[in-house]
Design a protein around this ligand. Structure first.
Ligand code: GRF
Length: 207
């Protein structure tokens, strides 16, 4: 039985699509059990439906964070999810939600992609901030999610250059094309070998 993934999205869904494509063409040995959005209008939902993947929209509008998260847990209850994959999901998940996906080592089976070389430029506007700062090299980070924003153990990073004649758009495009290769590749590694992290205490841990 392949690993079952739930992908959480909020908008465009280009990373989600890269993951769905990798699963469809055999590069990712995982089943995408469900794509969940916090916005029923998210373009990602339409793309997922085109791939024949079950989708669910759990709108956060008008709900407290606790109410929203408990609605998500209810929506996921009919699936057996091995990993939650955040792909442009613009909501912070609380410890109480994450605890439902805690593994025996105390990590959460929740993975995120962030468009900077963390710990540089956490937050919502990483491409914009890195570009405005004038970095010569930026990169993409795939990491485990913990209780802090863009903070959990790093699983993989890939750098890309900023060229002198870049505009913000060309810089973002270069980064996105790295994202679309890196994320499915890291997920495939997790599905085949589990999660291996180098903790900040420099202890290598397999979970
Ligand atoms: C990506 O840049 C991702 O790294 C960040 O949000 C963006 C989502 O884009 N977390 P998309 O919805 O996958 O196209």
């Amino acid at each position: 039985m392949p690993n079952q993934l739930a992908i959480f999205v909020s908008g465009r869904g280009s990373n989600m699509e890269a993951i769905l494509a990798a699963s469809a063409n055999g590069e990712l040995d995982a089943q995408i059990a469900v794509v969940l959005a916090n916005d029923a209008q998210a373009k990602a939902l339409t793309i997922a439906q085109e791939y024949g993947i079950p989708t669910v929209a759990v709108a956060n509008q008008g709900l407290s964070r606790a109410q929203h998260e408990s609605s998500i847990l209810e929506a996921l209850s009919s699936f057996k999810i091995d990993y939650i994959v955040l792909a442009g999901y613009m909501r912070i998940l609380t410890a109480s939600f994450l605890n439902h996906f805690r593994d025996p080592r105390g990590f959460y089976r929740v993975i995120n992609i962030h468009p900077s070389l963390l710990p540089a430029f956490p937050g919502k506007s990483a491409y914009e901030e890195a570009f405005a700062y004038g970095v010569k090299v930026s990169g993409i980070t795939v990491h485990l999610v913990d209780e802090q924003v863009d903070h959990g153990a790093i699983l993989a990073q890939q750098a890309f250059p900023r060229h002198d004649d870049d505009t913000l758009e060309t810089f973002k495009q270069r980064g996105l094309s790295v994202e679309h290769v890196l994320y499915p590749r890291v997920l495939q590694d997790i599905c085949q070998h589990g999660i291996k992290v180098q903790t900040r205490e420099r202890e290598s841990v397999e979970i």
